[in-house]
Design a binder for this molecule. Structure first.
Ligand code: FE2
Ligand code: FE2
Length: 337
């Protein structure tokens, strides 16, 4: 989900992105890449690519993969407590999809010449980021609906343009991911519609969840364009197609009528239709909260990371067994040949 909005400053990236002096051959190659991007063609794994482009993609795709995997945790928390068999089956399928998204994306990152173990190490050591939205807790059952509606909804806004991003393996992975995200969004909205037709207590739970998730969902699009220092490169390379603020506005414009149908109030007194702009105006975002969570001080940062590390350690025997099995197959194939 997530992805381009985490385009936050990194000193290491600044250095590589600016690059040193280039050879004539490199400059020619770069001109070729620029022309390909301009023609809307994909850059493939075996093509030459500028080092800064490769690094930006590794960083973005791996952060996206981490977000999918960490994103399984807040909802996984409710699988055993889903109110009906139907909702449990839907939630299981959804959480499993997120695991699958992580796998496609790690595989896409690997085509850029990085090892999956190194990416996972970077997550576990706290060096790599994942979307901050998953550092918020899921306190009641309506949170599951609101995550689908708003969090997966914001993810779709962010991700649809990535289906046309310039790096082929990433763009193709995103096509399937977006189809599944759209199911996630709809199951969330359907869950909320059901609760809103229920008791006053159920409606209160939905409103409470919306109050807590609305602003963090808007933060998912990342800093304002004026503060997003790396957007220029990403747009030039065709990785990013639409700016953070434009995506955020599209999201607000879509969410307001959906909130009306649900019968809930979005927690923003400044929300107002602007006839001249043809868009909904909304209030200021508390960026201090955003940076606080990005920098590790959200409500669940420690818990999420600890859970991921634990899951990795608990799964060691599965990875060892899979490797041993693959080795056995290889030996058999060799003998048969
Ligand atoms: Fe996903
Ligand atoms: Fe999703």
């Amino acid at each position: 989900m997530y992805t381009q909005a985490m385009d936050i400053p990194s000193p290491e990236r600044d250095e590589t992105a600016r690059g040193g002096p280039r050879s004539v051959r490199e400059a020619e190659y770069e001109a070729e890449i620029d022309a390909k991007v301009a023609r809307g063609e994909f850059i493939e794994a075996k093509d030459w690519m500028p080092e800064a482009y490769r690094k930006t993609l590794v960083r973005q795709i791996s952060q996206h993969a981490h977000s999918e995997i960490v994103g399984m945790l807040p909802e996984g928390n409710w699988i055993t407590r889903a109110p009906t068999l139907k909702r449990k089956a839907i939630l299981l399928a959804k959480v499993q999809d997120e695991g699958g998204h992580g796998m496609y994306l790690y595989a896409a990152a690997e085509t850029l010449g990085v090892a999956r173990d190194d990416l996972v190490d970077a997550l576990h050591s706290g060096k790599a980021k994942y979307s901050s939205i998953f550092n918020y807790p899921t306190l009641n059952w309506a949170d599951i609906g609101v995550i689908g509606w708003l969090v997966d909804g914001a993810a779709i806004m962010n991700q649809i343009p990535l289906c046309r991003c310039s790096y082929g393996p990433y763009a193709r992975a995103m096509i399937r991911i977006c189809k599944e995200e759209s199911f996630h969004q709809r199951q969330g909205y359907d869950l909320l519609l059901t609760m809103m037709k229920g008791t006053p207590e159920q409606r209160d739970l939905v409103q409470d969840a919306v109050n807590r998730w609305w602003w963090p969902a808007l933060m998912m699009f990342g800093p304002h364009d004026s503060a997003s220092t790396h957007s220029g490169d990403s747009i030039k390379w065709g990785i990013k197609r639409i700016s953070n603020d434009d995506l955020r506005q599209k999201f607000v414009d879509a969410a307001v009528p959906q909130a009306r149908v649900l019968g809930i109030t979005l927690p923003d007194p400044a929300l107002k239709w602007n006839e001249a702009r043809g868009h909904w105006d909304f209030g200021p975002i508390d960026w201090s909260e955003f940076w606080n969570v990005v920098n590790g001080h959200g409500q669940c940062n420690r818990e999420r990371l600890a859970d991921r590390v634990q899951a990795w350690e608990d799964g060691a025997w599965v990875r060892e067994a899979a490797m041993a099995h693959a080795e056995k197959q290889r030996k058999r194939d060799r003998l048969a040949a």
